[in-house]
Design a protein around this ligand. Sequence first.
Ligand code: C2O
Ligand code: CU
Ligand code: CU
Length: 483
Amino acid sequence: MKRRTFLGGFAASALVSGTASLSWSQTAAKRLSMPPLIDATKSHRVRLEAQKGRSTFSGPSPADTWGFNQPFLGPTLRMKTGQTTQTEVRNSLDEPISVHWHGLLIPGEVDGGPHQPIAPGATWQPELPLSQRSATAWYHSHVHGATARQVQMGLAGVLQIDDGQDDARGLPSDYGVDDLTLVLQDRRFTRRGQIDLSLSMPDRMMGYLGDTILVNGQVGAAAVVPKGMVRLRLLNGSNARIYTLALSDKRPLQLVATDSGFLDQPISLKTLRLSPGERAEVLVDFSNGRDVTLTSDHNPNTGMMGGMMGGRRQQTGRFSVLPFAVDPTLRARIKRLPSDLGGSRPNGDATSATWRRLSLDMPMGMGMMFGRDDRRFSINGDAYDMGKINFHVARGAVERWTVSADMMMHPFHVHGVKFQVLSENGRAPQRHNTGWKDTVLIDGSVDLLIRFDQPAPPNAPFMYHCHILEHEDGGMMGQFTVG
Ligand code: C2O
Ligand code: CU
Ligand code: CU
């Protein structure tokens, strides 16, 4: 059996031991670039084209990739609260895609899930009416059965909702200077430098894990930051990898926003767990002028199957996600931590809410594990069926959902809503789960309080699913209507 060295490609700079950090002048690392910004806050228009391209990652030869308006991944879209953005998505690929606006509170008809495929050569023109407040959302393909592969190829990007209050909140907002957009992903590459899309048995069961970390589609790059407060908008755009983020010199990550918006006040964290589909906005204080590296612990999601599935999942120790180098000539606008972010409001009353229980189920039986049945994953025993509506929710209702998982952890996501975590395994939610969420890592049993304000008719229902994309494609998904 071939053994891989984890992150072997840049192991020398990647392995962070305690206080070690990269100095910008000393490294040969290239400077991290941001995705191009499409600011639709004035034009109210966004044009995306899904296209083929070639991208050079770590290997000597370029890989075939897909992207929106560029070879790999897509631009950052900025849209304004209170406005409707006219969007146009052209599919110049050879197979159907869809574009789901993950985190937007918009009607089912424009949600971009499996019921709104865009045929090759076709253009989809949804109008996106936004009334929600500032949040970092994202967009990605969501064609049933092909989401994992299409996202691997590059069909994903970040979407920022801007309510115009960032200055009043005292937050950095200078795109790419003190406000960095960071898409975290992992990939494996074949000998010939292509993205390795093959799924091993552990990949099928527990989701795809790569051995190379990409930030904004780049391998081995370093971010350059001003000597002040810097905002990091983190998206875990990986298919299955869970990051446990920290800074190499133990300085805190100040959490200011979770998936669907701001907290009341910053929460100081030593480590931040970010599962696939989740976003977090953190502030990092660079005013001491010292370089530091954002690191992660290895994927913790071995579950009960870890032992059976071989050593690859048993990795320990931290690895580098992104080195930061301070450039004192850059303008640092914000020097101190804001105190009032004006965030959370309760979703309603939990006691009178309709109660649903959802169990995220792994395949049972050896035959299924060897891929003979593609309906291997399910929720409450039902594998996803596009022709079946799993339940109906009254518009405006508030519901309590108890979501449970025992074999391994699953990042659970619901379309068209934001929710609050009421409790995790009967206890108060972990601190990073106390804000507005649309995706939450289920480890045991988690209670959510969800309010359903957006309509979703039977021909355009909302999805709820595991955001390990191999699980989603494998059937760990359901759909509901709201009306
Ligand atoms: Cu980001 Cu239904 O997904
Ligand atoms: Cu979504
Ligand atoms: Cu899952």
